[in-house]
Design a binder for this molecule. Structure first.
Ligand code: NAI
Ligand code: NAD
Ligand code: ISE
Length: 344
């Protein structure tokens, strides 16, 4: 069975996913595309030689009977309306993060999905499919470092678009750590506080950069995440878990080391597209396989999108108040099972 994908948003990651579905993975075909910038949709069809209909908007794309899956890769504020419409039409959805930009928006998606009666939605939290994070989780669950006590993490981008604002450090960037870290230690978040260190001269006037998020879990783990989006030197994701019996650390991306000009070195990536390339492949293949084999996706679901949104809201509030803010989730409905499966 080949799943027909309709793509909403043919920007950077939309084209990345179109490429992997068309040229790398098995089981999917792009049958329709749309973008508010229709020229971008047309260019994409040409760029990848797609046999796909170009629609003027998401509503008509969703209504196409050849569209089994709606791939939502528009910008964040547009996600909710597309996802709700797709779910109401009974279509599967792969939605890039964030599922919606507010907790209320995520809850509306949750309600639409429960009303439909079957899980349809997966959120693009691809780090759960990254072999490094999977190895960390296995080590923790096997008790290799005893009880986890502290997590030190960093999310660094070389630079960002001038439109990137202080709150986007949460909703665009930290959101990946928000999702992956509670999954990693199987715990729930309790509070968050934000500290602004001395500002880098490389950030524009309107942006606070870097930022430090200190998050406590209900189980007592303290997590500190540095978000530094003008770090200049590269795209760098770090995660170290300190336990009672030892420490485990996220592996660096595989790369040759070199000896040259009196230096022993390793190159660092500069673009997010390459850092989690394998994880994106595994996540989308798993999404397609689960639909075909089990009739529903098995990766991060709408409830995970809701958890991320509630946590993000508290983080943004903590940026503004400077206080320790509570992270308060509603009770997980039975419809959403306790853990999601990520196969690698
Ligand atoms: P982008 O700006 O390159 O592309 C977004 C595209 O969506 C644009 O072409 C825009 O015209 C279109 N668009 C926006 N609203 C639309 C709507 N209502 N209907 C149709 N098209 C619409 O952005 P990018 O970097 O591709 O990001 C897209 C999404 O992917 C974002 O939600 C972002 O957070 C997420 N993302 C996820 C990553 C990950 O690692 N999982 C990495 C990069 C982006
Ligand atoms: P982008 O700006 O390159 O692409 C967004 C596209 O969406 C643009 O082509 C834009 O014209 C289109 N668009 C915007 N509003 C639309 C609408 N209402 N209807 C249809 N099209 C619309 O952005 P991007 O970097 O591709 O990011 C897109 C999404 O992917 C974002 O949500 C982003 O957070 C997410 N993302 C995730 C990862 C990841 O690592 N998982 C990486 C990058 C981006
Ligand atoms: C981007 O949208 C992503 O999702 C990347 O994974 C992240 O590292 C980057 O900071 C975001 O802009």
């Amino acid at each position: 069975m080949t799943l027909g994908f309709g793509v909403v948003g043919t920007g950077a990651i939309g084209r990345e996913h179109i490429n992997r579905i068309t040229n790398k993975l098995a089981g999917g075909k792009i049958v329709a595309v749309t973008d508010v910038n229709q020229e971008s949709a047309k260019q994409t069809v040409d760029q990848f030689g797609l046999d796909a209909v170009i629609y003027p908007n998401d509503k008509v794309l969703i209504a196409d009977e050849n569209v089994d899956v709606v791939l939502v890769t528009s910008w964040g504020p547009a996600h909710e309306a597309t996802v709700v419409a797709a779910v109401e039409a009974g279509k599967y959805v792969f939605c890039e993060k964030p599922l919606a930009t507010t907790a209320e928006g995520c809850m509306r998606i949750v309600e639409a999905e429960m009303k439909h009666g079957k899980k349809l939605v997966q959120v693009g939290f691809m780090r759960r499919y990254d072999s490094g994070y999977v190895q960390l989780k296995q080590a923790i669950e096997e008790g290799f470092i005893g009880e986890p006590l502290i997590i030190h993490a960093a999310h660094r981008n070389p630079t960002v678009d001038p439109r990137y604002t202080t709150d986007m450090a949460v909703v665009d960037t930290l959101i990946h750590e928000i999702d992956v870290l509670h999954w990693l230690v199987n715990d729930d978040y309790k509070t968050v506080q934000v500290v602004f260190p001395k500002k880098t001269k490389n950030a524009l006037e309107h942006l606070r950069d870097p930022q430090l998020f200190i998050i406590e879990t209900k189980g007592g783990i303290v997590i500190n995440v540095e978000v530094f989006v003008n770090c200049k030197y590269g795209y760098d994701i770090q995660c170290e878990v300190v336990g009672e019996e030892g420490i485990v650390k996220l592996p660096e991306p595989a790369s040759i080391s070199f000896r040259k000009e009196a230096t022993l070195g390793t190159k660092i990536l500069t673009d997010w597209k390459y850092r989690f390339m394998d994880a994106y492949d595994v996540e989308i293949q798993d999404f397609m396989d689960a639909i075909v084999k089990k009739g529903e996706p098995q990766g991060p679901d709408s409830w995970d999108g809701y958890i991320a949104a509630v946590t993000a809201d508290a983080c943004v509030k903590a940026q503004q108040t400077g206080e320790k803010e509570a992270i308060t989730l509603q009770e997980r409905p039975a419809f959403y099972r306790e853990t999601t499966v990520c196969e690698t």
